[in-house]
Design a protein. Structure first.
Length: 88
């Protein structure tokens, strides 16, 4: 999940590995929120049960792609950095 950030950050102007560690905390909090209010996130496809939550972090962020299975239960399919080439 964070391979992209850990590979990119050492070559960035800041070179700060605390940034990916902060991302872990932000993503963890976002995933906990999903159990309480999954329908507040935007629809990702035609199904009202497949959704995406955007987790802002700096100039971009992460997308948490998930499916609502039952009350209080979601299946997280992917967590991707918004600047990854295959995030769509």
């Amino acid at each position: 999940m964070l391979d992209f950030a850990f590979e990119r950050e050492p070559n960035s102007p800041t070179g700060d590995l605390e940034i990916p560690m902060g991302a872990i905390q932000s993503i963890r909090g976002a995933c906990q929120f999903l159990a309480m209010s999954p329908f507040s996130c935007r629809k990702a496809f035609d199904s009202p049960f497949v959704r995406e939550q955007v987790v802002p972090l700096g100039a971009s962020g992460y997308g948490v792609h998930f499916e609502i299975k039952a009350a209080g239960r979601v299946h997280i399919g992917a967590v991707r950095h918004q600047r990854e080439s295959d995030d769509h």
